[in-house]
Structure formats: C-alpha cells, structure tokens
Design a protein around this ligand. Structure first.
Ligand code: GPP
Ligand code: MG
Ligand code: MG
Ligand code: MG
Length: 367
C-alpha cells in the first residue's frame, strides 16, 4: 500500500528531497525552467490589464535584460539554500521558492546593468547591444531599469508575503541596493564627469571602498544572506562570518572584472571594456600609479580618461611596461590561497564546501 496521504496533488506535495549534488549546469537549467512563469507573473497580472501597452513593453524589457546572463547570483542563492537548509525542509516547493528568490537577485542585477551601461557609455552587454542603444531607446531606458527593479518586489510579495522572513528579505534588498548605489556614486565621482580624472584620488583605500560598495554586497553578501534568511538561520555570528568571507570574494571578483575590462576576450566576457576611456578608478590604474616612475605617471596623467584610441593604447602600453598582468596573476593566486585559508577557519557550522565551490566558480582563475 502507498504511504502517500490521500487527496494530495503529487505535483505540489512537499516531500523532503534527497539533497544529492546537482551540477551547476543542471541547476542553471532548473532556473531557466522557472523563468517563463516569472515572466508571466510579472506581465500578465490581472490588475495591470488596463495598461496592455505597458505590460507588453515590460515583457520585452525583461526578456532582453534578465535571463541572458550567467545567473551567478541566482545560482548562489539556490546553492546556498541547499547548503544551509535543514534536510527535512529541502522540499520541491521550497526549492522552487529559492529559485524565485534567485530570480529576484537577477532582476536587481538587470536593473543595475541597464543603468550602469548608460553611465559607463558601454556598447555591449552579454554579447548583445546594451538596452539603451536598441531601437533608439536612449535615456528612456532609465524608466525601464526602474521598472525591472520594482518587479523584484512584486515577485517577493507574491511568493513570500506569508513567510516569516518576508520583511527581512525586503530589508536586505533595500540595504544592498543603497550600498550599491553609494558604490556607484564613488565610481562615477572618480571619473570627474568626463573631465580629466584627478589621479591623486586613485588610492588603494578608495578603490577598496568602491568595490566593497558597488559590487561585493549585492553580488556575494546578498545572495547568500537571502538564502540564509529563507533557510531560517538566525544566529548573527553565522551572518557575520559569512559576510566577512563574501566581501573578500567580492573584492577578488571586481579586481578580475577590472582586469578583464582591459585584457578579456570580448567573445567570452560579452562586453567591450570602457574603463580607460571613461577614466575609471580600476584596480589596474590604481596599481599602475603605485608602481609608476615619475615619467610613467606623467604619461598616465596625460592619457588616462580620454577616448582617443592612441591615448588608450598608450595607457595599455604603460600597463605592459609596468608589468600589471604579472602583478595581477600574483595577486589572484595569493588572494585565492588566502580565501581558501579563511574558509577553512570559519566555524559555527557554516558549510565550508559551499564557500569553496562559490570561490572556485565565481572567482575561477584566469589563464
Ligand atoms: C560593476 O561595475 C558594478 C555594477 C554593475 C553596479 C552598478 C550599480 C548601479 C547603482 C547602476 P562595472 O561598471 O565594472 O561593471 P561592468 O564591467 O559589468 O560594466
Ligand atoms: Mg560598467
Ligand atoms: Mg560601472
Ligand atoms: Mg567592469
């Protein structure tokens, strides 16, 4: 005789799952399988059917800007949830909710990227033209980015409103958003609004604050602490230790992003770098300034933050003379080793395996 309770629809019946390892590729497929439902939730909601032009447009905005990336943040939410949740709560229903929470982080990311590409005068994102450059959209993309942001709160409300963690999830999203915007502000102030940047401000201290705020919180801390909250974790010390490690990973992640802006292959990054022409306070220029001779510094001052291709090439040439690629390789190796050690040192039942896998996936070594 079957032990299944009577009158239960087996499609939604919540049974604990075998927490067997699912590869990232499989998890990415599982996430994609949820996406059509999310798009439908956000664009065919009954209460907006009096503005069909908007919901039609929003569907286009979301489809172009949300699902096409690596989904690193969503994957992190799901993998963290699987690692943190007590086994008896790892049900198909809860996993689906973790995937929806993952899509909320991807909506936040899409909101940031649409805005960031306008602000950075970028041309390509995820191997396609930036949204603001499509069909004359231009600065109206600002409104699209804000709509994408609000979609995440619509989703949260629909699926988490009755959960104990609902308010905490909202507060986490709001707090990470504000931090990211402050980091972006520091990033944009450094460029001196298209005038020559003042390279005296490009110190390692400033760089460290900038990447902590503009990248590390929303890319690493947020996905993991959202998953911890949904998994019912309350111990503040667990959050504190997780945050320390995740901020370090976020730093390495942005240093890699800065390196790839100059040295990455467009086919694999899907974007064309603009850091030198925009005069960004990137890791490369910050380290170059620390090591430059007075002559090299003078040349950097003259050429950095200019869109003239000759000046951009001169900066790249100076990076080569200063040996920045080698400095990066050493930094990357040392930071990886240090992070591995720090992960071994965390306690309070934090899952080492999850942090090691996250490090190797999100900050995998270049070359
Ligand atoms: C990465 O900077 C940081 C962000 C994308 C956050 C943007 C925040 C906003 C509030 C708009 P980046 O410009 O180096 O990223 P990329 O190299 O992907 O353009
Ligand atoms: Mg950018
Ligand atoms: Mg930027
Ligand atoms: Mg970048």
């Amino acid at each position: 005789m079957s032990s299944k309770p009577k009158n239960v629809d087996i499609r939604t019946y919540s049974v604990p799952l075998n927490a067997s390892y699912v590869s990232i590729k499989d998890e990415s497929r599982e996430l994609m399988a949820v996406w059509p439902d999310i798009l439908r939730d956000l664009t065919t909601a009954n209460r907006h059917n009096d503005v069909p032009d908007v919901t039609k447009w929003l569907a286009k905005v979301l489809q172009y800007n949300v699902p096409g990336g690596g989904k690193q943040r969503a994957l992190m939410v799901v993998q963290a949830y699987k690692s943190f949740v007590p086994p008896d709560q790892l049900t198909e229903d809860n996993l689906r909710l973790a995937r929806i929470l993952g899509w909320c982080t991807e909506l936040l990311q899409a909101f940031f990227l649409v805005s960031d590409d306008i602000e950075d005068h970028a041309t390509m994102r995820r191997n396609q033209p930036c949204w603001y450059l499509c069909n004359g959209i231009g600065l109206t993309a600002i409104n699209d980015s804000i709509m994408i942001e609000m979609c995440l709160y619509e989703l949260l409300k629909k699926y988490f409103k009755t959960k104990e963690c609902y308010l905490d999830l909202i507060e986490q999203f709001l707090s990470a958003t504000f931090k990211t915007e402050m980091g972006q502000c520091l990033d944009l102030l450094s460029t001196n609004f298209g005038n020559k940047p003042n390279l005296l401000f490009f110190t390692m201290d400033r760089y460290n604050s900038l990447v902590k705020y503009k990248t590390a919180y929303y890319t690493f801390v947020l996905p993991v602490t959202l998953a911890m909250s949904f998994a019912g974790i309350k111990d503040p010390e667990m959050y504190r230790q997780a945050k320390t490690i995740l901020l370090e990973m976020g730093h390495l992640f942005q240093v890699r992003d800065d390196y790839l802006d100059c040295y990455g292959d467009v086919k694999s990054t899907g974007k064309v770098g603009t850091d030198i022409s925009e005069g960004k306070c990137s890791w490369l220029i910050t380290v170059a300034l620390q090591r430059a001779t007075p002559e090299q510094r003078k040349a950097l001052e003259e050429c950095y933050g200019d869109s003239d291709p000759e000046k951009i090439n001169r900066v790249k040439q100076l990076y080569q003379e200063i040996g920045i690629s080698n400095t990066f390789a050493i930094y990357e190796e040392e930071t990886h080793n240090l992070l591995n050690t720090h992960i071994q040192q965390i306690s309070r039942g934090l899952p080492h395996d999850f942090f090691l896998k996250t490090l190797n996936r999100a900050c995998s070594k270049i070359g």
